[in-house]
Write a protein that binds this ligand. Structure first.
Ligand code: FAD
Length: 738
């Protein structure tokens, strides 16, 4: 009997925080339903794929990180394809589609994917499906869902085109056997471009063709399961609803109830939906296959590890100083930390560099989670994680960030981001472990296509953590293996150096803003960011407050784990004689303090050397509450290290000193830039100068385009091109950390 060979295609992903990876895995899992075989690899698994010889369509899913760089696990790939020695038609045989993930709140939107795409095209690869640029700023799914919906048709189209081209090629060769051709490459593939603006088309195939399999065809649930619990005769969600004003009543029922009940406002919340969603049939994602076996073993003792795992690259350094830079009545709290790195020569840094701080999950949250999972008595048991032999998950692996032979407490404290915002696939899996039918239905809604707006409103936008979700859905009891499969790696948090080693040998300074999350549905009280809250608690006893010159001196500050972050592109000009403009509002000024300290030390070392003009545009709310580094900046000016300090205060009545009745008071940094438009554009366009903008890349970008338009009398497109070439020349650097 002939054996059917399913057509194959390749999926390659580059992922920093797991989003691109999970989309890639979702595609691989769905392939079989479409009669296809998917070869899934991470871009750094070079032994698993070979693009030089690839004859099947290739789908790239690539995220963006840092200053618009590809993710760490795609860096080597990008380096390889960027090699100048590659022939110009190196990828002529390749057919690809690409989904780029990014965030428009950051500079260089989707640049990881764009970098790869640009190079693929230069090397003559053929695109078989329009590239998707998904924006985490508004919700990745807005682009990802229709892109995935149209992908299958495009892959099939590419496969059949490639097959018919190959057949034609063979026939051609056979017909003209005398004529041998040395060109064995596959002929051009006709592009099967589906524009993402063809939304109609995409939408129409979502139910039948996409990852959001309709409930009827879903292997996991039947439509009847996904009907509202109220219509299935379950107890109404009103009894579970946390908001007093919330009731769960379907529209027909609502019409029937008496006038008194109608006074109660219908309100949705994290745990409660209202019509039409509460009455809708749902299209939920396919249930992700489980792939890990996690067992707990009682042991006499587990090796006690008091910090993150990868000891070789991580240094445990003492905090040698901590100062609150903002006044108590300031809206944001900015804190300054000094680390003593004198014992770590590996941590030698240059201005512009950043480094990672490794923070644990909060002890009380880990405790809550252990209780919630019923594992509080097993906290010191050893965790054994292995791959399930029967898993159907493509490319399944035990995640590298889960070490062997650690205790459950260690796993939940240092390895898994228990505060991560649950993705829809995780919600889908959690629903399977939820006993109460009303709560189960709500979890299904939140991961469904119909509930996308609720997911954004109650989960994504407020950054609802996994633990907060678990507390809001008390009948949800997931096994430890599910958490291990779905919770991402607990990532270290990067911070920018705010000092120069020349000025402060053996010391590393940084500044951070306390991140505050307000209360929301599912979060009864606000909470602090994980790392900033942890740092604050660590330093609080020894903190020096504004106005108080010295700390008590008696409180010893603890040590923290840090590592150096290589590959920084945010630098002052290498030629110090060139003029240099720095733009950094709020804590964005921190790296520029390092730049200026370095320059001052260099000037002192070589008084004869020529140094270009320096400008700093800084902005904050109030002169007397949150003007960070005021004294240090003013002394840079008085010593001639900083030539122009332009400061504005967005909430003070009085503006910057230079404002006159005829010119409006600059409130924000971009207004101030505009006021000095001619000098700034001259520096950039006539004097080969540099501009580094920290923490407000989008506004600066738009302002610079306006300024170039006005100064050069060119149109928008030309101005954007001029700015793009400045960026290419690395004379305009942008960075933002949110
Ligand atoms: P988390 O618990 O991780 O929460 C932060 C996340 O929540 C972010 O995704 C944010 O978008 C989101 N969020 C924040 N507030 C809210 C809210 N109110 N509601 C909903 N969601 C919210 N930070 C500095 O302060 N100083 C620096 O010098 C600095 N340098 C950096 C350099 C680089 C290269 C990068 C990439 C980042 C830098 N950051 C810096 C940011 C820093 O790494 C952390 O992200 C930040 O301190 C928050 O960490 P956290 O663990 O406290 O917050």
């Amino acid at each position: 009997m002939p054996c059917e060979v399913k057509p194959r295609f390749v999926i390659l992903y580059g992922s920093q925080k797991g989003q691109a990876q999970s989309i890639a895995e979702g595609i691989a899992e769905e392939a079989e339903e479409h009669g296809l075989v998917a070869d899934l690899s991470c871009l750094d698994q070079i032994e698993k794929y070979n693009l030089e010889k690839e004859t099947a369509p290739v789908v790239f899913i690539v995220s963006t990180t840092g200053d618009g760089e590809p993710p760490d696990n795609a860096l080597q790939f990008v380096k390889r394809i960027k090699k100048k020695t590659l022939p110009p038609d190196h990828y002529k045989h390749l057919c690809y589609a690409l989904l780029a993930l990014g965030d428009t709140n950051y500079a260089n939107f989707c640049n990881g994917g764009k970098t790869i795409e640009r190079r693929l095209q230069e090397l003559e690869a053929k695109q078989f499906y329009a590239t998707g640029y998904a924006d985490d700023g508004i919700g990745l799914e807005v682009v990802v869902d229709p892109w995935l919906a149209g992908l299958w048709k495009a892959i099939k189209g590419a496969l059949s085109k490639m097959a018919s081209d190959r057949t034609a090629h063979i026939k051609e060769n056979a017909a003209d056997s005398a004529k041998t051709t040395s060109d064995s490459s596959i002929p051009d593939v006709q592009l099967n471009l589906l524009s993402l603006t063809d939304h109609q088309d995409c939408e129409s195939c979502v139910d039948t063709d996409s990852k959001f399999a309709s409930a009827a065809s879903s292997s996991a649930s039947a439509v009847s399961d996904l009907r509202p619990a109220s219509s299935a005769g379950s107890s109404g969600l009103a009894s579970h609803s946390r908001g007093s004003a919330s009731v769960f009543t379907s529209a027909p029922q609502a019409q029937a109830v008496d006038a008194e009940v109608l006074h109660v406002e219908l309100a949705a919340s994290l745990t409660c939906s209202i019509p039409p969603l509460s009455e809708s049939a749902l299209n939920v994602p396919a249930l992700p296959p489980s792939y890990l076996d996690v067992s707990l073993q009682e042991v006499d003792s587990v090796e006690e590890i008091g910090g993150p795992f990868n000891k070789e690259t991580i240094h445990n350094v003492p905090i040698s100083g901590a100062v609150q830079l903002t006044r108590g009545d300031s809206v944001k709290t900015a804190l300054f930390l000094e680390l003593d790195i004198s014992a770590c020569p590996m941590m030698a840094y240059r201005p512009g560099d950043s480094f990672n701080v490794f923070c644990p999950n909060r002890a009380e949250e880990v405790d809550n989670l252990l209780h919630r999972l019923g594992l509080q008595d097993q906290r010191n048991y050893r965790v054994n994680v292995t791959l399930r032999k029967d898993t159907t998950k493509k490319g399944a692996q035990v995640p590298a960030y889960i070490p062997q032979s650690v205790s459950l407490l260690f796993l939940l404290t240092w390895c898994l981001e228990i505060r991560s915002v649950p993705k829809k696939a995780f919600l889908r899996a959690l629903a399977e472990h939820t006993g109460d039918s009303v709560q189960k239905r709500r979890l299904q809604e939140l991961c469904s296509k119909q509930g996308a707006a609720d997911y954004n409103q109650y989960v994504r936008d407020p950054s609802l953590s996994f633990l907060e979700l678990l507390i809001s859905f008390p009948s949800c009891s997931p096994p430890l293996s599910l958490l291990t499969e779905h919770l991402p790696k607990l990532q270290p948090r990067p911070y920018s150096a705010a000092s120069s080693c020349l000025r402060h040998p053996g010391k590393l300074h940084f500044v951070f803003n306390m991140v505050e999350f307000p209360a929301s549905s599912g979060r009864p009280a606000g909470r602090r960011g994980l790392c900033t809250g942890w740092l604050f608690d660590l330093i609080n006893p020894g903190l020096v407050f504004p106005g108080k010159a010295e700390s008590s001196g008696s409180t010893a500050l603890p040590k923290i784990h840090v590592s150096f972050r290589p590959g920084c592109t945010f630098r002052p000009p290498s030629d110090p004689s060139l003029p240099f403009i720095m733009v950094g509002p709020g804590t964005g000024v921190a790296p520029f303090i390092g730049f200026l300290q370095q320059r001052e030390a260099e000037r002192q070392k070589d008084p004869e050397a020529v140094f270009g003009e320096t400008w700093l545009f800084f902005g904050c709310r109030h002169r007397d509450r949150d003007y960070l580094f005021r004294e240090e900046l003013e002394s840079f000016v008085s010593r001639g290290t900083l030539n122009h300090l332009k400061v504005c205060f967005s909430r003070d009545d009085r503006g910057e000193e230079e404002s006159t009745p005829s010119t409006p008071q600059p409130r924000y940094v971009q207004h101030n830039l505009m006021l000095h438009s001619q000098q700034v554009t001259d520096i950039l366009l006539k004097h080969n100068g540099y501009l580094d903008a920290k923490n407000m890349a989008k506004d600066v970008n738009e302002t610079l385009v306006e300024m170039i338009k006005t100064e050069l009398q060119v149109d928008q497109l030309d101005a954007m091109k001029r700015l793009a070439s400045l960026r290419e020349e690395k004379r305009y650097l942008q960075d933002i950390w949110g």
